[in-house]
Design a protein around this ligand. Sequence first.
Ligand code: HEM
Length: 475
Amino acid sequence: KKKFERRLPPGPKSIPVLGHLHLIGKNPHQDMQKLAEEHGPVMYLRFGFVRNIIVSSPQAAKQFLKNYDLNFVNRPPHEAAKYISYDQRNLSFGSYGPYWRNMRKLCTLELLSSTKINSFKSMRKEEIRFLVDRIENAAREHDTVDLSDLVGSLSADVSCRMIFGKKYEDNEIDERGFKVVIQEGMQLAALPNLGNFFPYLSLLDLQGLTKRMKAVAKVYDKFLQKILDEHDVLKEPGQTKDFVDTMLDIMKSGVAEFEFDRTHIKAVLLDMLAAGVDTAATTVDWTMAELLRNPQVMRKVQNELAQVVGMDRMVDESDLTSLEYLDMVIKEVFRLHPVAPLLIPHRSIEDCEIDGFFIPKNSTVMVNIYAIGRDPKVWTDAEKFVPERFVGSHIDLLGRDFELIPFGSGRRGCPGIQLGLIMVRLVVAQLVHCFDWTLPDGMKPSEIDMSEEFGLVVTRASHLKANPSCRLQLN
Ligand code: HEM
């Protein structure tokens, strides 16, 4: 036992039963960042019965996600995914094996391919136009807008139309409303659940979470079943096929060479909703907050837009590839505000040795990209928002440069990266091109609250509010 413990990565002193759980508070990524400063970039923490390896440097991240990728491609058991996502039949928490491999291939080729994403281009344009119209009205009335709310609704509407083929009004899922119910599932999934750390306690449901998860899962299942039933009717030829149509077609054709029924479709639909809505919206939210805090950067983005797009029309998706400075701004936002600061936890399949440390089989591996993004050994003036640091830099967001991996890397890397980036770039570009923004009530840029709230994604703790005024003459 002694020999085994000596070879584990270093970590703080643990206490009986809890291990290191008592050292982790409301913002685990920040607590782990501080602990890693003391214990190193490969650190061991035990949460109840679960062994965790916390990875906090680009070099170590490369070891786990590239050099030994195949050994860390699994996901740990997860109570919420078990109860809400049909026994982890979803993609994001699916166990590594033939089912996950086949489903991942299907999603990448059929749902998240460039062709499929492009087929929703006009829908995105329409929804963004609705948003701009709403903000224009507010500008005319000199009203303050809640940017967090507006962008969240836009993202939900775009995702719903792409996944289900239509938007859902409140009261359509149950009397509490679509957004509230979806939010509840997300919150339940993010709450620290004792069942994840002490599996034998899960049956006792001491926190009452299992009961709540089962209840929310029932509501989701009824809603998804209704959607599948509605989609069972034939579509007119030429109509854009949403994700439900595409998956039902595949199921009915029998071409899928793996077990693929309605339960699997429902699990993946929920995944797409959870993975797509909050990630993009939250990144836009953080970007707008940084632009309001750094008016000189906002002006530079606006100047680039004026030059590339001109002042007589809105931004088109085809403009995005020419907006180089905007791209740097978004990279800088991902560096400082990654929405999934610990990625999604990975799990080791076999015992292995990395950098001289013993990593036991079935350890949970969390890559702290928040710590990497703010590490002064990796970045000059790491805490400052300086998009110009990317001028002439080779670093991109595709998971090849381990200093910046907001979408993860390797086999479990985000399959929605292309779609996510289009949404973030397009919405930010449009908001900044169509409007000038000022802070309400004489607030100074330095007074914007930048505190975080940890959850399935790390959001702003307080909503971002600002006053718009129109820049363009639109018809
Ligand atoms: C700004 C937008 C987004 C960001 C920052 C983001 C980030 C991430 C990250 C960090 C992971 C985990 C990678 C890992 O564990 O190594 C992930 C996984 C995933 N993402 Fe995204 N994502 C975004 C948008 C999307 C969109 C739009 C979709 C689809 C509609 C999507 C679908 C998924 C799925 C299905 C997984 C799980 C993959 C697997 O486990 O095999 N993501 N994403």
